[in-house]
Design a protein around this ligand. Sequence first.
Ligand code: GRF
Length: 228
Amino acid sequence: MPAQSDPSQTDSECYPALIVPAIGTWPRFDSPLRLGVMASGTGTNFEALHDAIACGDLDAQIRVLVVNNPGCGASERARRLGIRCELRDHRRFASREAMDQELARTFKNEDIEAVVMAGWMRIVTPVLIDAFPGRLINIHPSLLPSFKGMDAIGQCLKSGVTIAGCTVHEVLKDVDAGPILAQASVPIFCDDDRERLTRRIQTQEHRLLPWATAIAGQRWRSARETQG
Ligand code: GRF
């Protein structure tokens, strides 16, 4: 049975902290992580990454945001936040591979060490994945491996499950299938609609994505040290 909703409590109070991960001590690096970010839509996750950097939690810099939809919310946010934004409109490329070649080139030109897909609504190909092996991560609005692909929240609501959530994972060729870096879960209440559940999941996404990026950053940097 879905949990009863109690309107006297706010979302953050009415379910146990147990099911969302505690954020630990943020790692520091010898120099900030050099990130590229990809976004297609509203850009709230992109801004959450920016905010975590700005307040000194996430030791990183966003060198460039790439968007594929002209005038999307993410590009407006980049303008307001003073972050460089490049448009790579997929409609102008002959193939997914040609688009990904250009994305890889853009990030390599900026000396990016890792790329965060923060609401990127396109399938990426090995052309991009292999350009950043183990260094391309994605956020997905479900507890993977459940509800892969499009409309994860709709799939979840239809299925009758009582716990939803979000996942940050490494990107592999198979969609939404790479190794999981971090997850957060939220309850589904009996009177939930899509909008309410989406808001609850996104609140967790905005905590989880910067934290998962920091955790992944520790691996990226220690791999670099091992390789010399
Ligand atoms: C997020 O829910 C993310 O999980 C999914 O797309 C949405 C993007 O939201 N991949 P925003 O553009 O970051 O606001």
